[in-house]
Design a protein around this ligand. Structure first.
Ligand SMILES: [Zn+2]
Length: 163
């Protein structure tokens, strides 16, 4: 009798786990194939306009680069700045991080990556000083709030990557 109950419980747990697994697979599939919501896009656009206005204010230039939302970058990174070494500069935001870290991306990452982009624009970049003092200055001017804390992260891409 007791064994039968146990078997029932076991079957129930297995069934439950399977359903849960399928549900999660479905959720991640759906997330991967769903375009970013309009609301998120509008928030990113608004932030970008603020950063672009700060660039104009501090550096007297009109500077805007494409912001691409992609899930093809390292999932540890929130965003990267891509530079082909000539004139192609792009910011890539990590789609996998957008949902749970939207505020962080809006408040810090966009200004952070734009600071890299601007360094490329001014040709002040070498691979060793991605987060140099000069970069920190730019980052602060663009409204970034944690510009001093990135000494070890590597979020600059100069390899050929297709987004
Ligand atoms: Zn960086």
């Amino acid at each position: 009798m007791f064994q039968r109950e146990l078997k029932k419980i076991f079957i129930f747990i297995t069934l439950f786990a399977t359903i849960f697994l399928i549900y999660n697979l479905y959720k991640s599939y759906k997330f991967k194939n769903t375009p970013i919501s309009k609301e998120i896009k509008l928030k990113i656009d608004k932030k970008e306009r603020e950063v672009v206005a700060l660039i104009k204010k501090h550096y007297k230039i009109n500077f805007k680069v494409p912001i691409i939302i992609s899930d093809k970058i390292n999932s540890k990174l929130y965003g990267v700045t891509f530079y082909d070494g000539f004139k192609d500069i792009k910011i890539i935001l990590n789609k996998k991080r957008l949902k749970e870290s939207l505020n962080y991306i809006l408040n810090d990452v966009i200004a952070h990556e734009y600071a890299h982009a601007l360094m490329f624009r001014f040709d002040k970049y070498s691979r060793d000083d991605g987060h140099s003092k000069k970069w920190q200055e730019v980052c602060k001017k663009l409204g970034g709030s944690r510009c001093n804390k990135y000494a070890n992260s590597n979020d600059i891409l100069m390899e050929k990557v297709k987004f």
